[in-house]
Design a binder for this molecule. Structure first.
Ligand code: ADP
Length: 496
């Protein structure tokens, strides 16, 4: 008898949806102060097609519960640090969110971390509470029989999570991602008991960090795998210059530490559909870019002098190299260029930029504050985007720049070095140039980069090619999501 084999396409594909929990202090669209929020909000969407369903646990800051669709009680966290904690599950856009409602810790005026420029005095307890609840949910499960296979904890605010998971039975594996090693969540060792940490773990191999406790170190030491947000930053973290004291701990993780570059949400950041733009554009029709440029200049009240419009969208801090900019602008102004800055942060840099505006009327525009729609209009309306950071774990605005044909001029550090190919270096590298990279990071080298950029800007054919190279680059999450999925897989016991 003739044997028949079932045609392959008729066999039902096995569908595995792997549950996992992501824990962070920020998540777009609910709470954001920086790139961490973008990453935490974008990863679930990028991982879903790869079979990993991420729920995101964040604190219920004011307004978060109201922004959730159909919130329902998912976990009773009991009393902790002077009040009751309930965790509600709902959706925010495409994201499955668990919001930790602890009014005594998170229902406050001010920013996510402080008020009037001062950090809240109980930030250690606030985020230890987040970490304790995350670990308990992962271990005990929440309503609806939720048992995540992996927990992904982000930055110092969730740094205790891998430690609790290990101390409390080592049942659920974890990944810890460092978005910025400069923020370390240090606490007095007297808080060991209050933080529910075993006294025996206060030693240099575990939680002790120069006589203190450090939640960042806890995550680094106790997670099954550690990542940071670019390969270059992963290497930089091994050096005292960039490691902020953690270089030895990073080195001790060896092959368990890796760098995975961030992507961007290419639906939200898409010049062909961006809801904030005056006119849409894409590679096939770039006319809208000039319209956005003209609108942006008039919005800032800066005349068009025919040269490159340089934009910056940034926190105003030492890290971001703001102080390097004023002395480097000569070649930009000589080429008829202008600088438009959107930022908020340290008073000293706000003041310095206000002085710059006064010194260069009609050439520099400034908006102080946090303004998401304006940030989109700036990325679309600029010709170039400056990111002169002293260190930059990944950086997102240069990626937005690439996608919007706004050529990045960046320092050679961290993710900036990994995502932008310098105009001159490209000739030797054989890869298409996408921007201008300066090193060492000081005013002189930034001035030289702006001088090179201005020369290319006035060669329409060359500049348009640069733009096109950037816009053709894949800056989506897809390639990196594949790497995260492989990492999760490597620490679970799941077998088909
Ligand atoms: P970091 O997280 O160190 O601040 P990133 O480049 O990784 O730097 O991410 C910064 C994010 O915050 C980007 O999405 C950027 O557009 C946004 N951003 C920074 N400052 C502002 C601002 N003043 N207004 C609006 N968005 C801002």
């Amino acid at each position: 008898m003739k044997r028949t084999t079932r045609p392959k396409q008729l066999s039902r594909p096995k569908q595995y949806v792997r549950q996992m929990l992501s824990v962070a202090s920020e998540c777009v669209p609910l709470a954001k102060t920086g790139g961490l929020a973008d990453v935490v909000g974008a990863l679930p969407k990028a991982l879903e097609p790869l079979g990993w369903h991420q729920r995101v646990l964040i604190p219920a800051y004011p307004g978060v519960l109201d922004s959730l669709d159909k919130p329902a009680l998912a976990f009773d966290g009991g009393d902790l640090y002077g009040g009751h904690i309930n965790v509600y599950r709902g959706t925010a856009g495409d994201i499955d969110v668990m919001a930790m409602d602890a009014p005594h810790l998170f229902s406050r005026a001010g920013s996510l971390y402080g008020y009037g420029g001062e950090a809240f005095g109980d930030n250690v307890e606030r985020f230890a509470a987040l970490s304790i609840i995350a670990a308990r949910i992962a271990i005990d499960g929440a309503a609806g029989e939720y048992h995540p296979e992996v927990v992904h904890a982000h930055d110092w605010q969730a740094g205790w999570v891998p430690a609790y998971l290990k101390f409390w039975g080592n049942l659920v594996p974890s990944v810890f991602t460092i978005h910025n090693v400069a923020f370390q969540g240090n606490a007095s060792p007297h808080l060991m008991g209050e933080l529910q940490l075993p006294a025996s773990e206060y030693n240099s191999e575990s939680l002790e960090y120069y006589g203190q406790l450090s939640s960042l170190k806890a995550g680094l030491v106790h997670a099954n795998k550690v990542t940071t947000v670019s390969p270059t930053y992963a290497r930089e973290l091994l050096s005292p210059q960039f490691g902020f004291g953690m270089e030895g701990v990073v080195a001790s993780r060896g092959q368990d530490m890796s760098g995975i570059v961030n992507g961007i949400d290419t639906k939200v950041w898409d010049p062909a559909h961006d809801i904030h733009l005056k006119r849409h554009y894409h590679l096939g029709d770039m006319r809208g870019k000039a319209i956005n440029r003209a609108h942006l200049l008039s919005e800032f009240g800066v005349p068009d002098s025919g040269g490159p419009v340089a934009v910056m969208v940034t926190r105003l801090t030492y890290q971001k190299g703001i102080d390097l900019v004023p002395g480097a602008l000569g070649p930009l102004f000589d080429a008829g260029g202008t600088l438009l800055v959107l930022g908020s942060g340290d008073a000293e840099y706000e003041q310095r930029l206000q002085t710059l505006v006064a010194e260069h009327p009609g050439q520099v525009g400034l908006r102080l504050g946090y303004d998401e729609p304006l940030s989109h209009r700036m990325i679309a309306g600029g010709d170039v985007i400056l990111v002169p950071s002293r260190f930059e774990p990944c950086g997102l605005t240069q990626l937005y720049g690439l996608r919007y044909g706004t050529v990045p001029v960046v320092a050679h550090t961290g993710g900036l070095a990994d995502t932008v190919m310098d105009w001159d270096a490209a000739k030797y590298d054989g890869t298409p140039a996408t921007g201008f990279v300066h090193t060492p990071n000081n005013t002189d080298s930034l001035r030289w980069a702006l001088s090179r950029m201005s020369g290319v800007y006035h060669n329409r054919r060359q500049f348009s090619q640069l733009r096109r190279n950037g816009m053709s680059k894949d800056v989506s999450w897809q390639p990196s999501a594949v790497k995260y999925a492989a990492l999760y897989e490597s620490i679970t016991n799941h077998r088909e």
